[in-house]
Design a protein around this ligand. Structure first.
Ligand code: DQA
Length: 154
């Protein structure tokens, strides 16, 4: 079925370090869903909304930066990113996102503001159009919904 909606959305979901361990890593904080579960659920939601979705996880800062740079040239319209620990340290990821013209939504599974002080600061938030924290893996869905709603309102 062809998608008649005005603007084609191409969304890249980027998962930072240690998020490959979702489901087994501190489940009391990050829940029991695996990254495969999360990505499958997002793929289903994207398909229903007529969105082209790609996802990538990396434990390496440079690979995340390469993925953000690639998104400048492949018609990606939005990046949903959980930079994980790089949130709090990476000027380089911030710089890469600053060179990307589309929408950026920052997602954290946990409520970072209820946790250690070093998690309260985010470099990425200086660029993000929206920030979602503490909704568990539903935060990714909220981010995708926000991008779709902006398209539908345009
Ligand atoms: C996280 C929060 C970060 O502080 C942490 O380093 C992570 C995951 C979250 O999704 O809640 O790895 O980004």
């Amino acid at each position: 079925m062809s998608d008649t909606r005005a603007e084609a959305l191409k969304v890249l979901v980027l998962h930072g370090p240690n998020l490959n361990l979702l489901g087994t890593r501190q489940p009391e904080i990050y829940g029991g869903e695996t990254l495969v579960d999360v990505n499958h659920a997002l793929e289903r939601r994207a398909e229903a909304a007529g969105v082209t979705l790609a996802h990538r996880q990396s434990n390496h800062e440079g690979e995340l930066i390469d993925a953000i740079q690639a998104a400048r040239n492949d018609a990606t319209t939005a990046i949903i990113i959980n930079p994980a620990a790089y949130t709090h340290t990476s000027v380089a990821i911030l710089d890469a996102l600053n060179a990307f013209d589309g929408t950026v939504i920052e997602v954290h599974i946990s409520n970072v503001h209820q946790r250690e002080a070093f998690r309260h600061h985010s470099y990425v938030s200086m660029r993000a159009d929206g920030v979602i924290a503490g909704l568990g893996t539903q935060g990714y869905h909220a981010a995708l919904d926000a991008v779709v709603a902006a398209r539908d309102a345009a």
